[in-house]
Design a protein around this ligand. Structure first.
Ligand SMILES: O=C(O)CCC(=O)C(=O)O
Length: 284
């Protein structure tokens, strides 16, 4: 049976579900984020460990840590949080695996991410890639919440990526361009802490610089159908593969369980320009 939520997701490419994570769990994840940033859970490429007892001071320095679930039991548990997995089963199907997590800290002044589609980077064979973007702070336009272009996933096209010249707004890298959608139709997903934005790997989305004075933290986990192989070379860091087995099954059965799993990805700090790195005290 197609639920109302699944029908909305299929049509629009995203779905906002408020209140999926209890406030005590949100607080615990924020505190865990600080310990991850201290280096207490294990090494993170590019991070300097610190004993600073002030959670905010420790987190303020970083924009985003990739693959926190590789070193943190709490982040790994968050991948399979039952209320989130229940929604994923409606959107993706009964068998769901996860291959990526990203912990956005994004303090005041930190940049957003330019237009992109996640399947451009993480290819599935059945277009089943979907993100669960968990707000760990109230996410607002001012602090740089997620914006989506509803319906932009539908035709299943991955639009060209080219370098942007907006380091004032977005983190270094590329943006999707030449797509036939009207940017003025973009929708901002303003969601209280504990709410989750689910979105398709083909949906165009972006976020802007944090123009508030506080944090805009979000934990983003990426999932797909366990039936699909995952030909993902982690942006060229791995040799090409038919099926990357660095996955965590979060629901149902894995038809490829006979292959076992691998440990290929590792935590690292997301790149920022030197100006962005030092922008933590400056609100633009
Ligand atoms: O949280 C953000 O600011 C951007 C998230 C994003 O682009 C993604 O999860 O792919």
């Amino acid at each position: 049976m197609v639920t109302e939520r699944a029908a909305f997701f299929e049509d629009n490419g995203y779905l906002v579900v408020p209140g999926l994570v209890e406030s005590a769990d949100v607080a615990a994840l924020r505190h865990e984020a600080a310990d991850i940033c201290r280096g207490r859970r294990g090494p993170i490429d590019g991070l300097d460990a610190t004993d600073d007892p002030d959670d905010d001071a420790v987190m303020r320095r970083y924009l985003c840590i990739h693959f926190p679930h590789k070193i943190s039991a709490a982040m790994r548990a968050a991948l399979a949080a039952p209320p989130i997995v229940e929604v994923l089963a409606e959107l993706i199907g009964p068998n769901v695996k996860c291959m990526q997590s990203m912990l956005f800290i994004k303090h005041a002044g930190k940049p957003g991410q330019a237009w992109h589609q996640d399947e451009y980077f993480i290819p599935t064979r059945d277009r089943s890639l979907a993100a669960a973007w968990i707000a760990l702070d109230d996410a607002t336009r001012e602090n740089g919440t997620l914006w989506v272009l509803p319906g932009s996933h539908r035709n299943g096209v991955l639009w060209p990526m080219g370098p942007h010249d907006r380091d004032d707004e977005f983190d270094p890298g590329h943006e999707a361009r030449d797509f036939p959608f009207d940017e003025s139709q973009a929708v901002s997903c303003e969601v209280p802490a504990g709410g989750v934005v689910f979105f398709s790997g083909y949906l165009l989305h972006r976020s802007f610089r944090n123009r508030s004075t506080g944090f805009r933290r979000a934990l983003v986990n990426h999932y797909m159908s366990a039936e699909s192989l995952l030909p993902w070379d982690w942006d060229g860091r791995l040799s090409s593969t038919h099926d990357n087995r660095d996955i965590v099954l979060v629901r149902g059965e894995d038809p490829y369980a006979y292959k076992g799993t691998e440990d290929l990805t590792f935590p690292f700090l997301r790149a920022e320009t030197p100006e962005q790195r030092h922008a933590t005290q400056t609100v633009f």
